[in-house]
Ligand binder design. Structure first.
Ligand code: SF4
Ligand code: SF4
Length: 115
C-alpha cells in the first residue's frame, strides 16, 4: 500500500482499473444488490456476469470476451457504478499496489485540516 498520508485520492474515471487483468471480486451481498440494480435474478446474474476467482475462493465479474476489460464497462462508464463492488470503490484509497500511480489518474486531495 503506497499512498500519501493525510490524502484522499479522487477518481478521475480514466477506466484504467477496469481494464487491467485480475479479479473484480463480488460477494453475496454485492451480487444481490447488483442483480436487483440490473433487474435480473441473482441466478441469471451469476450465470451471465460472473466466473470463479482465480484462487477459487468465490466469484468475480467476468471480463469481456478476449480482453481483460470488465464486462460492466460501457465506453468510459461503469454500468453498475451506483452499486459497484467494494473492491472498485476502494481503489486506490483502501488498497493498491506498488507502482499504481503510474497507471491511475486519481488526484490526491488533502484531508480536512491539512494544507
Ligand atoms: S464493476 Fe465497474 S468500476 Fe468495477 S471494474 Fe467493472 S466497470 Fe470498473
Ligand atoms: S485507474 Fe484510478 S482514476 Fe482511473 S478509474 Fe481507476 S481509480 Fe479512477
Amino acid at each position: 500500500m503506497s499512498t500519501k498520508p493525510d490524502c484522499h485520492y479522487v477518481c478521475q474515471r480514466c477506466t484504467a482499473c477496469c481494464k487491467w487483468a485480475g479479479d473484480v471480486q463480488v460477494n453475496e451481498t454485492e451480487i444481490t444488490g447488483i442483480a436487483a440494480f440490473l433487474g435480473v435474478s441473482e441466478h441469471d446474474f451469476v450465470r451471465d456476469f460472473t466466473r470463479i476467482r482465480v484462487n477459487r475462493t468465490g466469484l468475480s465479474l467476468k471480463d469481456k470476451e478476449g480482453t481483460t476489460e470488465c464486462i460492466m464497462l460501457e465506453g468510459d462508464r461503469c454500468r453498475i457504478h451506483e452499486v459497484k463492488p467494494r473492491q472498485c470503490r476502494g481503489f486506490p484509497n483502501t488498497w493498491n499496489f506498488p507502482g499504481w500511480e503510474d497507471v491511475c489518474e486519481a488526484i490526491a486531495v488533502p484531508l480536512k485540516g491539512e494544507a
